[in-house]
Design a protein. Structure first.
Length: 98
């Protein structure tokens, strides 16, 4: 798998944004990705040094549309901790020049 196939998207929640202060970044990753693959992909894409990777599987939630029931897609979430001397990952563009 290529690095861009492993890291799908950043997770933007209140809890994940609080973790960014401690250089902990949360990403949705491919369901088949291992910790080593996630570490190598983040280091390759963002040019940073990864210390630790925690991975969790998130079950799909039950949703209803009228009388029909179904589940949202399950996903795999990775919390990546960077080293203290590593650069920060810029997830958002800073357009503060206006």
């Amino acid at each position: 798998m290529e690095a861009r196939d492993i890291i799908l998207r950043p997770v933007v929640t209140e809890a994940s944004m609080a973790g960014m202060d401690n250089k902990r970044y949360t990403f949705d990753v491919d369901l088949r990705a291992t910790k080593t693959q996630v570490k190598n992909a983040v280091e390759e894409i963002f040019d940073v040094k990864v210390v630790k990777v925690n991975i969790m599987n998130v079950k799909g939630k039950l949703k209803r549309q009228g009388r029909y029931e179904g589940y949202t897609k399950r996903r795999r979430k990775a919390i990546v901790t960077l080293s203290a001397d590593s650069n920060e990952i810029k997830l958002f563009n800073d357009n503060s020049e206006n």
